[in-house]
Design a protein around this ligand. Structure first.
Ligand code: NAD
Length: 376
């Protein structure tokens, strides 16, 4: 069975789906591995290292796609490329399935098995395959490092003969995987951190990291069985905005990571709140790619408000640390392939009834098979 790791072609995507150390492990399992020339270059992984690990490295993308039985990629294949695939190919990548429906239809039409990394269940069994978490934790870290580099002041308190410098105040909105890592990183740098989430269960986690939990009484909120936030009602959104305005005005840095699974990101920070922030303060919107938590944030760079606050849309922070982001993603993908690999038969068991596959398989045998996507 031939597995292919393709080079990413989106601007700014520096990650690669497979690293050389795991090429070896896939070959030991019994797969043949092809890698498109240059696939790892932006992550510091040269073709020669892939070749030394046993991969066959080639530059003919269309030819490689035609021969592959498993295709690994970070971002989705382009619709035009899906038509080239052999029938029954397993394609594994992020697919953004609730927004990229044309892509899902193209996979179905080609007869491919399309697996969306976003849809892998958040279960103990699938923990090693959880690419959303691995990339989110790096995004949380990278957001704080970026903020610390861009802020007009330092993060820690410093008592010096030239005076006492107060610690920066950082507000984290959305305490999932990215938010928790952002809190931990900002605390390590000495900032005073406050955090807010609509799920009350995270209060203890916030406090255990040495941060303050911002209490806003929204009434009944809760979370889904998978641990995701439920969408707020319009009244709850208004209550949240009031509480958040004060916290924003009191912060040097605001980092937003709030998402609601399968829905556009909630709009939490509006223009009035931004106007209340001091000149030079920073807002980083990590949800910009799914609609944004911050009014006016742009995936294309920095926007400065009339009052001088700076808003940065951060669509792909894991790509700023491509070596480790690729290492983690590759490990998630290896765990996925290993789980389904039948060593005796030398093939993947994608026909079996499997809890993980039921969660993340979008298309099979020419049809869209995922219930949530069939509905939408
Ligand atoms: P996410 O990316 O879906 O959302 C980020 C955070 O935003 C969440 O904490 C969410 O509650 C919050 N949020 C949503 N709307 C908000 C609003 N209006 N205001 C403020 N915050 C808001 O979350 P995630 O990082 O993918 O994690 C989701 C959950 O899954 C967490 O409970 C996490 O612990 C859990 N999880 C479980 C496993 C596992 O069991 N294997 C693995 C990873 C994550």
């Amino acid at each position: 069975m031939r597995l292919l790791c393709l080079k990413e072609n989106e601007i700014g995507e520096t990650r690669v789906a497979l690293i050389p150390a795991e090429v070896k492990k896939l070959i030991q399992l019994g797969l043949a591995v092809s890698v498109e020339s240059g696939a790892g270059a932006a992550a510091g992984l040269a073709d020669a290292v892939y070749a030394a690990a046993g991969a066959s490295v080639g530059g003919d993308r269309a030819g490689l796609l035609r021969e592959a039985e498993v295709v690994l990629k970070v971002r989705p294949l382009m619709v035009g490329e899906i038509g080239v695939l052999k029938k029954g190919v397993l394609s594994v990548s992020f697919l953004d399935p609730f927004r990229q429906q044309e892509l899902t239809r193209a996979f179905a039409a080609s007869g491919a098995l399309a697996v969306s990394l976003e849809m892998i269940p958040r279960s103990t069994l699938a923990q090693k395959m959880d690419a959303l978490s691995s990339q989110a934790s790096l995004a949380g870290y990278a957001a704080v490092i970026l903020a610390a580099a861009k802020l007009d002041r330092i993060f820690p308190m410093m008592m010096t003969p030239a005076g006492t410098l107060t610690a920066a105040k950082v507000l984290i909105v959305g305490v999932g995987v990215a938010g928790l890592q952002a809190i931990a990183t900002a605390r390590r740098l000495g900032a005073r951190v406050t955090a807010f989430d609509t799920r009350p269960v995270v209060e203890e986690q916030v406090k255990s990291l040495g941060a303050k939990f911002l209490k806003i009484d929204l009434g009944e909120t809760g979370q889904t069985a998978q641990g995701y936030a439920k969408e707020l009602s319009p009244e709850q959104i208004e209550l949240q905005k009031k509480g958040m305005a004060r916290a924003c005005a009191d912060s040097d840095v605001v980092i937003t990571t709030a998402q609601v699974f399968g829905r556009p990101a909630p709009r939490i920070i509006n223009k009035e709140m931004l106007a209340g922030m001091r000149a030079g303060s920073l807002v980083l919107d990590l949800a910009v790619a799914t609609g944004g938590n911050v009014e006016g944030s742009s995936a294309d760079g920095e926007v400065v408000t009339d009052g001088g606050a700076r808003v940065l849309g951060c669509p792909n922070l894991p790509a700023t640390v491509p070596f480790h982001a690729s290492q983690m993603l590759s490990s998630n993908l290896l765990a996925f392939i290993t789980h389904f690999w039948d060593k005796e038969a030398g093939r993947l068991r994608t026909d079996a009834e499997d809890e993980i596959l039921r969660g993340c398989l979008l298309t099979k045998d020419g049809a869209i098979v995922h219930p949530a996507l069939r509905q939408s």
